[in-house]
Write a protein that binds this ligand. Structure first.
Ligand SMILES: Cc1cc2nc3c(=O)[nH]c(=O)nc-3n(C[C@H](O)[C@H](O)[C@H](O)COP(=O)(O)OP(=O)(O)OC[C@H]3O[C@@H](n4cnc5c(N)ncnc54)[C@H](O)[C@@H]3O)c2cc1C
Length: 272
């Protein structure tokens, strides 16, 4: 580990204000749990060499309710999500996703804000947040803004976040209806998904997939068909036209299409 961090220009923020002023005056890559960053550093795929350690910002570790909105601080780890009663009762599909991220070591270090900001289309929390209509709260030294997660990603691993901004929290409004999460990977632990889905069963179902497009996606045509009373076979056909997965090292487009349709059926059966 020491070899990886040697030669890096590293600053440590003492508070959120401190971090935001450093990002404004001396732009750097934020480091949270480092579970993605160290992998990239180790493989030599990370170009930036100037970093800002934000792990000491305890104000970003809180989970709270603001009225009826669940507010999850960006530095909340998967372990904290799993242990949180309020997350368990309000957003059980996020707890389910957190349980399936990496192994215990990754769950202890990896953060929800890191998963969001890392912008991998395979990030396990992202379909949950998309199906829950979550909002990403961004803050700079000058201002705070809120971006719906469906507008946060602009393409493969790109977001609307500016270099002087941090993800400070994720806000989740109340979710009515049964929540459902499923990840398909090579094995149960330590595997990045081949396909991941989160869904909410209401009169207007909300369904989001990861690993089927450059970003996490909602599937509005499939959702609309189900809301209008289409049968699950018809909805599965619509889904097959609506998503356009690719072949990559983890899976093939054909496999992903078939599994996506199977997962849609499973969601519908198990939440009926
Ligand atoms: C062995 C292993 C297994 C894994 N398994 C899974 C898995 O099953 N599912 C899954 O989804 N992921 C998995 N991951 C990926 C990783 O653990 C998660 O994406 C994790 O949530 C990243 O959080 P972090 O705090 O470690 O982010 P970091 O590595 O610290 O940062 C990741 C990126 O986000 C940026 N960033 C972090 N926090 C902020 C913030 N608050 N504001 C702005 N930018 C920020 C950083 O600059 C960096 O670009 C795995 C990783 C490893 C090494």
């Amino acid at each position: 580990m020491r070899a990886i961090v040697e030669g890096l220009d590293l600053r440590r923020a003492k508070s959120l204000d401190d971090a935001l002023h450093i990002l404004r005056d001396d732009p750097r890559t934020p480091m949270a749990g480092n579970t993605d960053l160290y992998v990239a550093l180790n493989f030599g795929t990370l170009v930036p060499r100037r970093f800002l350690d934000i792990r000491a910002l305890s104000e970003l570790r809180e989970i709270s309710l603001n009225g009826d909105v669940l507010v999850i601080g960006a530095l909340t780890t998967y372990t904290s999500l799993i242990r949180s009663d309020v997350v368990g009762s309000r957003l059980p599909m996020l707890v389910e996703a957190a349980r399936q991220v990496g192994g215990a070591q990754i769950q202890n270090r990896g953060t929800l804000g890191g998963n969001v900001a890392n912008a991998s289309p395979a990030g396990d929390s992202l379909p949950v947040l998309a199906a829950a209509d979550a909002t990403i709260v961004l803050r700079s030294a000058a201002a705070e803004r809120r971006v719906p997660i469906t507008q946060f990603y602009t393409g493969y691993r790109t977001t609307v976040m500016r270099p002087d901004e941090l993800v400070v929290a994720i806000e989740v409004p109340p979710v009515e209806g049964r929540q459902w999460f499923r990840k398909v990977g090579t094995r149960a632990a330590q595997a990045i998904s081949k396909i991941v889905v989160a869904a909410v069963r209401t009169s207007a179902p909300r369904i989001a997939f990861g690993s089927v497009a450059p970003t996490v996606v909602r599937v509005p045509e499939t959702e609309r068909a189900l809301a209008d009373g289409a049968g699950i076979d018809e909805a599965a056909q619509i889904l097959s036209r609506e998503i356009k997965p690719i072949d990559d090292i983890r899976s093939t487009a054909e496999y992903r299409l078939r599994v996506a349709a199977n997962l849609l059926r499973r969601f519908w059966e198990e939440t009926s």
